[in-house]
Design a binder for this molecule. Structure first.
Ligand code: FE
Length: 354
């Protein structure tokens, strides 16, 4: 997203962050002063764009005295920025959605491994990078949305059902270059092998009602409009519409959800995750912030607006999630998604899934 105002703030931020340890007196940018002298600062690079994240940073700052400065941009832009900054990067923390995205930061050398008993106890191993390069903090399920007037639940109980010839002309999808589709394919490659995964992609393409277009919300709208009868979405897009405008509620009312693979390995789960940046000037504060994000308070603020599932048990669910059923979740090691990422794109490309 490109907001001119934000970019102005970013420019100031970049200047202000040149020497993060310097006292405010030498710095023209007053917001650079730590909230509590001695508590220091924390520079967040986030690929998320939610008003609730600002509330979250404020809450952490109020509780710890650590002054939070943040920069929000798309993941590709953040990667370009960090590339240009090199070891002078002021980034302490990277926050992004999808383990496949975190892989890109790690692969570029922008993360560092950390050990934390708190995080290792709170987060199951398959939701974090084994060496501690990133930690999953909130969960999202990639599910099937369908038209219940045209399909029965058993028609879409498995991801494989989307590739069945009986759904010819019935499938809507977004682009294959989208990280959610790449990561889903990563799990398929890991579980089924590349040949079967490629066959799935070819058969799904043969079932397309139209060329891939739009985002996940577009797929829900296409089904509500009768353009197709099944599509893949991340659960929170549907939940946000059910808690949104009357028009959005009317659209979701025409659709139903399937959480695939309930009789098998469970539904594909991905995460919003955080890394400590490779050259973090305030590494201790960075670790402290990630640990705070797995407290009940941090979890609530992280998921309330996004409608993701909290990572830890016992946190109240965001409004709207109570409408979803309990479901079996895949325990595929998300660190493998990055390993398969380029192969996933090749498979989609060969299948003609643009
Ligand atoms: Fe999303």
């Amino acid at each position: 997203m490109k907001f001119p105002v934000l970019f102005t703030a970013i420019a100031l931020f970049a200047v202000a962050c040149g020497k993060p340890a310097e006292p405010a007196a030498t710095n023209a940018e007053p917001v650079a002063a730590p909230a509590v002298p001695g508590a220091g600062v924390l520079n967040v690079y986030s690929a998320r764009h939610y008003d609730s994240d600002k509330v979250m940073y404020d809450a952490f700052e109020a509780e710890t005295g650590i002054h939070v400065r943040f920069r929000e941009s798309g993941a590709p832009e953040l990667i370009e920025t960090m590339k240009a900054e090199g070891d002078q990067s002021p980034a302490d923390i990277i926050i992004a959605s999808d383990a496949g995205t975190l892989f890109r930061f790690q692969d570029a050398g922008f993360t560092q491994p950390i050990r934390s008993e708190t995080l290792e106890a709170a987060i199951p191993p398959h939701f974090r990078e084994p060496d501690g390069n990133w930690f999953g903090l909130a969960k999202r399920a990639r599910i099937i949305v369908y038209d219940p007037t045209r399909l029965k639940p058993e028609d879409v109980a498995h991801y494989q059902d989307l590739a069945d010839g009986k759904l010819q002309g019935e499938i809507c999808m977004r682009s294959s270059s989208n990280i959610y589709n790449l990561s889903l394919m990563g799990e398929f490659i890991g579980r089924w092998g590349a040949d079967k995964a490629a066959e799935w992609a070819r058969n799904v393409v043969a079932n397309f009602a139209r060329p891939p277009q739009g985002g996940d919300t577009t797929q829900i709208e296409s089904i509500a409009a009768g353009e197709c009868s099944a599509a893949l979405i991340n659960h929170y897009y549907w939940v946000r519409m059910t808690t949104g405008s009357d028009a959005d509620k009317a659209k979701t009312a025409k659709t139903a959800l399937s959480f695939p693979e309930q009789d098998g390995v469970g539904t594909h789960i991905n995460v919003t995750a955080a890394s400590v940046a490779a050259h973090a000037p305030n590494k201790d504060n960075a670790v402290r912030f990630i640990e705070w994000l797995v407290t009940p308070e941090g979890q609530k603020m992280l998921t309330e607006e996004t409608k993701e599932f909290p990572m830890i048990a016992g946190v109240p669910l965001p409004e709207g999630l109570e409408a979803l059923p309990e479901f079996k979740q895949s325990e595929f090691a998300l660190e493998q998604l990055g390993v398969h990422q380029s192969e996933a794109q090749e498979i989609y490309d060969r299948a003609g899934w643009n």
